[in-house]
Structure formats: C-alpha cells, structure tokens
Design a protein around this ligand. Sequence first.
Ligand code: DGT
Ligand code: CA
Ligand code: CA
Ligand code: ZN
Length: 625
Amino acid sequence: MSRNDEVAALLEEFADLLEATGVEYKPTAYRRAAENVREHTAPIENLAGEGEQAVAEIDRVGDAIASKIVEYFETGEIEELEALREELPADMAGLTAVEGVGPKTVGSLYEALGVTTLDELEAAAEAGEIREVSGFGAKTEENILANIPFAREARKRTRLGDARPVADAALSYLTDVDAVESAEVCGSIRRWKDTIGDIDLLVASDAREPIVEALTGWSEADATIEAGSGKASVRASGTRVDLRIVDPDEFGAALQYFTGSRAHNVAVRNRAIDRDLKLNEYGLFDVSDVDDGADADDASDDGAESDSRRVGERVAGESEAGVYEALDMAFVPPELREDNGEVAAAAAGELPDLVETVELRGDLHTHTDWSDGGFSIAEMIEAASERGYGYHVVSDHAAGPGIFGNTGLDEADIAEQAAAVEDAVSEVDGAVMGREVDDASADDGAGADDGAGAGDDARIAVFHGIEANIDAEGSITTDDATLADLDLVVASSHSALGQDGDAATERLVRAVEHPHVDVLGHPTGRIINSRPGISPDVGAVVSAAADAGTAIEVNANPARLDADGDAVRAAVDAGAAIAVNTDAHSPRELDNARYGVHTARRGWAETADVINARPVDGLWEFLDG
Ligand code: DGT
Ligand code: CA
Ligand code: CA
Ligand code: ZN
C-alpha cells in the first residue's frame, strides 16, 4: 500500500465516523479528498514534507484537510480522528460490509446497544434488540440478519476458477443484448489474478436503462445490489458483479482504466503527464493548451464533474490499443499490468512474446483410475486427442508420504502400468508410444483450442510418467531404477507442507537436482484460500532448476495455480523452463489449461520458455538433456 492509499483510507474512515456521529456535508468533502489523494501521482509524503500549501494543491483537498494530513505525517496521528475513534470504537469496515448498514446505522446501533463487531450485530439481531431501536423495525432487522453471512463471505476473495466462468457467462449474456455495442470483462479477472474481489464488466452503448435492466434481470443474478443509470451491481454465485456502461467512443479509455491495476494506471498516467497529456476513464486528452485552473473546477454534481474531466483535445479513447499507441508504447497484455516493469518494457518495445493457450501441445501431468483419477488410461488419451493435443503424459501418483492408503503406485505397480499404457495406446485411434516416434516424422497437433489437430486421424504420442513424492528432506521416494525406466518424472511435495522456509528451500533444491526428475510439480503445495503451502526461497529453487534442467510446473488447477505469477517470473529470469500442466483427474479438468497459461503469462513466460508448447521432438530433447 502506498502512503497515498494509506492517507486516503484514513480520510475515508474519518468520513464514515463523521457521518456516523451525524455530521452533515463534511463526510462528502472527506471522501472526495480521499479519492483525489489516492489518484494523485506525486507521493503524498513528499508533499506533506513541503507543507500544507503543497498538499492543498491536490484537487478537492482544502486547507483544513491539508493541515490534518501534515499533522499525520508530523505526529503519526490526527487528533480529531483519534477522538472520533474513541467516541465510536466500532469495526466500521466490517459492519458496513453488511448490505443496508451504513455509517449512520453503525452510529445508532453503537449508541443504543453498544454493537461494535459483526458478531455483536448478529447477536443483537437474533435477540430481536435491533427492532426496538428508534428508526429501526422488524423488517430492517430481518434484512440485516439475512445479509450478515454474505458480508462475512464477501470479505474473503474468490478463486479465479470460481469467478471466471461467472464472468464469461455474464459477458456472453450481455453481448447478446440489443443495445450493447461491445462488452468486455475488466478488473482483476481480465488480469487473471489468482483471486478476485469482484467481477467487473464494461459495456459500450448509447443506451443505459435497457442494459441495467438486462443485468438485473439476468437469470443467474441472485440479487440486485445497486441499479443506477450508468452502472449496476448484482450478486451471482456469491460474487459481486459490477457493470459500468459508457459511450462507445469512450470504451477504450474506460476499459484501460477499469482493467487496472491501480498501480499500472498510475504509471501509465505519469507517462501521459510527461507528454502534456491527461489520461482518465473518459479518454486521453491533449492539455498543453489548457490552463491549470480548468480541471481544478469545483463542480459538485456528477455531470459537471465528468465534463470537467473531458478537457482539452481528445487524442484517443475509442479503443484501448489506441490509448497505448498514443502514449508511444506497445499494447500491454492485461496479465502484465501490475507495475512490475511492463510500462518501461512497452515503451522500449521489449515486451515478452507471451505464451498462448492454443500453443500448448500436450499435458505432462495427468491422472487415471490407476491412482485417484476417475477415468481409464484410454479415456484420458482420447480426451487429450479430442482437444487437439499432439502428446500426452500419464503420470499417476507414486506411493509415498502424503499419498492416502494404497492410492499410489509402488515399483511393481508402475511396471505393470507400463504394459497397460502400451495396451491403451494400441486401443486408441491415432495413439502411438511417444518413445517410438522418430524425430523426422514429428508433426504433432497444433494446439489445445483450435481443434486443428483433432479428429480420428490425429496422431497423439503417449508417454509413461509418474508423479513421484518429495519427502520432507528432498528425497524422491520411488526407486531410481524405476524412475530411470519412465519417460518423464514429475516430483511433488504432498507431505510436511508446514515446514519452515529454509527446510523447504533445501527440500526443493535437492528435488530439482535429482537426476531423474524432469518437472517440479505444484512447488508450494498451496490450496488457495485454504492452505498456504511451503514458502521456499524461490530464487534459490529456480536457479537450481535452471542448472539441473528441471522444469517448474504451473499447476493449472484453479485451486492451486502453483507456481504463481511471481515465481514464474523468477524462473523465467533464471532461465528455468516452465511446464503448464492441468494435473487432470478427468477429461473435463484438461480444460483448466487456460488458467495455467494465463498464470504463466502473469510471470512473463514466452512460448519458448514452456516445454509443453514445443513439438514432440523438442520435448524429447528436453527430457533427454
Ligand atoms: P479486485 O476486484 O479486488 O480483485 O481488484 P480489481 O483490480 O478488479 O479492483 P476493483 O474491482 O476495485 O476495480 C477495478 C479496476 O478499476 C481497478 O483495477 C482499477 C480501476 N479503479 C477502480 N477504482 C479506482 C480508483 O479509485 N482509482 C484508480 N486509479 N483506479 C480505479
Ligand atoms: Ca474487481
Ligand atoms: Ca469492482
Ligand atoms: Zn500432486
């Protein structure tokens, strides 16, 4: 969190507390100031160092608020805010997360009943105490009670894999609405972040009302949270869906703005400022001829406010690509928009050539009913072939620490399975044993999503692998002789996931250095929103992997997304190879590949970095090397 964000949050808290204690007008001024401090491109601590005057230069920040900000930096607190906190010691953010509970309600319920937390609010509602407070009734009390579980839930973030299908469905539904000219997902969903706060959608249209009505009337919307003129929010599958509607000629600027991240937008806006341009959600404007007074205009109703933000001559905004182009930079793929060097790279024409889902040629980590999968070897090969893949690795669990009961294969089972894989290959049309494919004839399928390689006569090369176990010390718990006979070894940690960072580093470095290990499976073992997994020194692990020629897996299961984008970035920088695998236990799970690819893209992975984007002979070369 930047200090601008920190000060903005303080001002917002200030506003809520003022509102809760019945003060009028001032809360609005504090909220406007908060928004402008958050947006301001110069660090607030620098301005505060220069004094009140410098702070009050920020739009909508008056002298009174400026002096409080300076006070905060000089003394570490704001006296008036401390007094308000003492007067109303309630968990404002937690309580106002409940639909229908605003700061005023918090104030009243604290005064009447002493409610300070979500649990106390729930207890008071259950005891029927809220309906007795003046200004409240039985209906309000019921609503509050009904909305508490969702408020609790909503404070957590949703997994990408749960939210993305909802976003896709909403998008295709809106795209079919008559008045819609174009529609896109934006926000963290479009950046493919592993967890998301809410789903953001953007629509371009000259109309407003029919589109708001379409969203609130969507069959998958469970409730309407808000229905305004230019925006609407509903709840679907437990997640909030925010829709904004903009004029078609401003769609590109709005898409850029609402895709975020905030940090990326700040960096891009700074680039605009350097060029005498102004970038906001309405467009990119040439303000070289505009005097500074114009956008400091104190207009208070929304129409006038947005007009004051459409200043100077518009130079871009209809398309998102046009916005980047007018800023002399390459289009930045949404996955990279995290302010991690992408703005400089785009300006220098040095963005990576990111891997794409259609470029995957096979999955290196899949399960069958020989371990904990639900389908036969032949069924999984057929499913991979139907998806247009040119090769497929069968890699069931080996027996070992963390593998339940007799789910895993011991050395004898693995030898037996080798024969079963050959049998399945002889059963499935177009399947051949991978190690019998000679390099010259390697013309494997074109990719996962385009279907070009699909069909009865498509050839699929099948490899026999294993998902071996890494014990707490980094040993592989399957015999070397057995590992040596296999085409490919994925090694994963399934036990001792609570060990400390140093032990984890040692463990994974030893594992990637093992001569028979080809791929480090789901490196941390995390389960998103449920289990953190181990936290090794990523730099040490990926550089050992690069030296040993072991690939780092991006496990595409949306509950894992492991390695994550940051770890992929470190791996790519260290020169380690990446494998994007689904770890599928069923044909359907093979379709999770896109989550892995977009995670790899968040780590700046190029096509050439991904071993299963190579043709079969390239894969073979990697495995032999
Ligand atoms: P989330 O939903 O928490 O996973 O993260 P985002 O990135 O989707 O954030 P969200 O939903 O609050 O807003 C969507 C995007 O809209 C965000 O990435 C950037 C943009 N945006 C929204 N509000 C602001 C704002 O006050 N300032 C700036 N610079 N950008 C904003
Ligand atoms: Ca969002
Ligand atoms: Ca949002
Ligand atoms: Zn595993």
